[in-house]
Design a binder for this molecule. Structure first.
Ligand code: UTP
Length: 297
C-alpha cells in the first residue's frame, strides 16, 4: 500500500486585481466570508482531507496571512483575563489547525510559477493544490474522492465543474473521455481560457488538484502562455498527452457548491449562501432576506 498524501500547497500570491481597492494592501485570501477569512476555509478543507502539512505560497502583503495562522498573544491574554472562552476559542481556531509553512513567490508570474516554488518542500511525492480564493462547501466533499482517484490510477487529478458555455472563457477547459465511473473522466487535452467557440467542452477546471511530482519537471520548461503568465493548465496539457512519462491527467466532476471569492459577485453569493444555513445567523437572516427580496419586486 502506498502512503496516503499529506501535503497541501495553497497558492495565495496573486494580485487580486478584480477586487481592488479592497486588495490594495491586503491579500484577497484574507477577505472575510461571514466571519472567517476565505483562506481559513481552504486550510480547514485540506486538514479535513488529512493534509496536515500546508505550504502557502505568498507574495507581497503576506503578513496578514502568516499572522492569521500564528498565535496572537495580546488578544489571548486579554480574553483569558476577561474569562471569555467563546471568543478565545475563535482566536485559537486557526492557530493549531495545521503544520504551516510559507514560501514567497517574488514576482507573481502565474499559477504555474507559484506551484514551482513548492518543489523543494514537496519533494518527489504526490501532493494537493488548493487555490486560496476558491471555497468548496464543506457539505459537498471533493478532495477525498480526488485523492482516492490519484492513488487508484497513479495519475494527476483535477477538479472539473460544468459551467454555462458562455462562462468557459474564464476557466481552463478540458477535452475528456468517459471512464467506468460517471464522476471521473480521462483528460485528453486542456486549453486555458478559450473563446466559447473554441472550447473543447463546458467542463471547467476549478481550484483543486492532486498532482504527481512530474508536474515540477514540466513546469520547469513551460513557457509563459495566456496573459504572459506561466500557466498550470499548459503544464497539465503536456502531462495529459504524455501519460507514459508523466502519468497523464484525470478529472473528477464536482456537482456541489463552490465559491470563487476572488470574484466580487461570487463573493457576495458565498456570504449569503453560507450565512443562511448558519445556526447563529440563519434564523435572523432568512426572514430579512425574504422581505428584502419583496422590495426588489
Ligand atoms: P487568479 O488568477 O484568480 O489570481 O489566480 P489573481 O491574479 O490574483 O486574480 P485577479 O484576476 O488579479 O483578480 C488563482 C490563484 O492563484 C494564485 C492566486 O493567489 C489565486 O489563489 N496565484 C496567481 C499565485 O499564487 N501567483 C500568481 O502569480 C498568480
Amino acid at each position: 500500500m502506498s502512503k496516503r498524501i499529506t501535503k497541501a500547497v495553497i497558492p495565495a500570491a496573486g494580485l487580486g486585481t478584480r477586487f481592488l481597492p479592497a486588495t490594495k494592501a491586503m491579500p484577497k485570501e484574507m477577505l472575510p466570508v461571514v466571519d472567517r477569512p476565505a483562506i481559513q476555509y481552504v486550510v480547514e478543507e485540506a486538514v479535513a482531507a488529512g493534509l496536515h502539512d500546508v505550504l502557502m505560497i505568498t507574495g507581497r502583503n503576506k503578513n496578514a496571512l502568516e499572522n492569521h495562522f500564528d498565535r496572537m498573544f495580546e488578544l489571548e491574554v486579554l480574553l483569558k483575563e476577561k474569562g471569555d472562552r467563546t471568543k478565545l476559542a475563535k482566536v485559537n481556531e486557526s492557530t493549531d489547525l495545521a503544520d504551516m509553512h510559507y514560501v514567497r513567490q517574488g514576482d507573481p508570474r502565474g499559477l504555474g510559477h507559484a506551484i514551482l516554488r513548492a518543489k523543494m518542500h514537496v519533494g518527489r511525492e504526490p501532493f494537493a493544490v488548493l487555490l486560496g480564493d476558491d471555497i468548496i462547501d464543506e457539505r459537498d466533499p471533493l478532495l477525498d474522492k480526488m485523492i482516492d482517484e490519484q492513488e487508484k490510477r497513479n495519475t494527476s487529478v483535477v477538479a472539473l465543474l460544468e459551467v454555462e458555455p458562455s462562462q468557459i472563457h474564464l476557466y481552463g477547459a478540458a477535452a475528456v473521455e468517459k471512464t467506468d465511473d460517471p464522476d471521473v473522466v480521462r483528460i485528453t487535452g486542456l486549453v486555458e481560457k478559450p473563446d466559447e467557440a473554441d472550447a473543447p467542452s463546458n467542463l471547467a477546471i476549478i481550484g483543486r488538484y492532486v498532482l504527481r511530482p512530474e508536474v515540477f519537471d514540466v513546469l520547469e520548461h513551460t513557457e509563459p502562455g495566456k496573459g504572459d503568465e506561466i500557466q498550470l493548465t499548459d503544464a497539465l496539457q503536456e502531462m495529459a498527452v504524455t501519460p507514459e512519462e508523466t502519468g497523464g491527467v484525470y478529472g473528477v466532476i464536482f456537482r456541489g457548491r463552490r465559491y470563487d471569492t476572488g470574484d466580487r459577485l461570487d463573493y457576495i453569493k458565498a456570504i449569503i449562501q453560507l450565512a443562511v444555513d448558519r445556526e447563529d445567523l440563519g434564523p435572523d437572516l432568512r426572514p430579512w432576506l425574504r422581505d428584502f427580496i419583496h422590495t426588489l419586486d
